[in-house]
Design a protein around this ligand. Structure first.
Ligand code: AMP
Ligand code: ZN
Length: 290
């Protein structure tokens, strides 16, 4: 197979066409750039904090943002949250450090343990406590350090699988929080998803073409992949389904901050009750000796 663009030996297929390594990298970064421009995700001069987990998606995000930061004109730093999930967190941190070094990006490391507990201390609803801790720490760290936006590596399948899961459990307000750029308000920092239209496979091929390391290990608490499998199945039967639904979701108009909110009595962050969920988790799981 030859590269469709330059005739050299092909490396892999991207969106139905074979490309060599260099042309595939150019095509992928061009696709991320188009999504950033289409949704006005990141603006010139903004300071963006990328959430790096060490998995293929966030590695692909950081690498492409690093290239696009020069082309579009924004700043990019990275942040890793050490959640304290045994050896999984240790491996993720090692890979994240390596990636940040290779890409010459500044990496901040924040430990959940410094707030009094780790995910290994949690019994029961591990994934919701973990998701809450990640959002809380990212937001607070980004705001306290003057970042304009937080970028996460959520890809097309993540967003659609979550949409189905939430539809199933009757959580319909959730869909309006799935836009590529969610404007910040009050103490909440703007959130962007540069890989909104990219698939897991595309992220994987790009990271391999770039020769970047990534953690090929599932989180030991990872939830079932059945909703993602459903997304693949529909896409197989209805080609173009993914992008079509994502573009419709992106048109949702309502913004966060339309609902009533209060400030947490303990930490001052935004919440709908008197004490925020994160502080309630800290109280519940904090180690006795702290
Ligand atoms: P997940 O919640 O594991 O599906 O990950 C979604 C996105 O959240 C990733 O693509 C990262 O951008 C970010 N993320 C997940 N885990 C971490 C972590 N430990 N530190 C920093 N960012 C993370
Ligand atoms: Zn709080």
């Amino acid at each position: 197979m030859k590269c469709k663009r330059c005739g050299r030996n092909a490396f892999e297929k991207f969106r139905g066409t074979y490309y060599c390594r260099e042309c595939l990298i150019t095509k992928y970064e061009g696709a991320v750039e188009s999504a950033i421009r289409r949704y006005r995700m990141i603006r010139k001069g903004e300071r963006v904090l990328t959430a790096l987990s060490g998995g293929k998606d966030s590695v692909a995000m950081l690498s492409s943002l690093r290239v696009l930061s020069k082309r579009i004109g924004f700043d990019v730093d990275a942040m890793f949250i050490d959640l304290g999930i045994g050896r999984y967190s240790r491996h993720s941190l090692e890979v994240s450090k390596k990636v940040a070094e290779m890409l010459d990006v500044r990496l901040h490391v924040v430990r959940l343990e410094d707030y009094g507990f780790t995910i290994d201390d949690v019994r029961g609803k591990v994934c919701s406590v973990c998701g809450n801790a990640k959002r809380y720490i990212m937001n607070r760290f980004a705001r306290e350090n003057g970042y304009d936006a937080i970028a996460t590596g959520h890809c097309a399948e993540d967003i659609l699988a979550n949409l189905f899961k939430n539809m199933y459990s009757g959580n319909m307000e959730w869909s309006e929080k799935q836009r590529p750029r969610m404007e910040g308000f009050d103490r909440i920092v703007t959130r962007v998803r540069p890989l909104y239209e990219m698939s897991e496979r595309e992220n994987m091929v790009y990271v391999l073409a770039k020769g970047l390391p990534f953690l090929n290990e599932e989180c030991p608490n990872a939830p079932s992949t059945k909703w993602k499998e459903i997304v693949y199945e529909i896409e197989r039967k209805v080609p173009g389904f993914r992008v079509s639904v994502l573009r419709n979701l992106a048109r949702e108009r309502r913004n966060r901050g339309d609902e009533e909110f209060r400030y947490c009595r303990i930490c001052g962050e935004i919440t709908t009750s008197s004490v925020c969920q994160f502080c309630r988790n800290v109280k519940k799981y904090a180690r006795k000796n702290q």
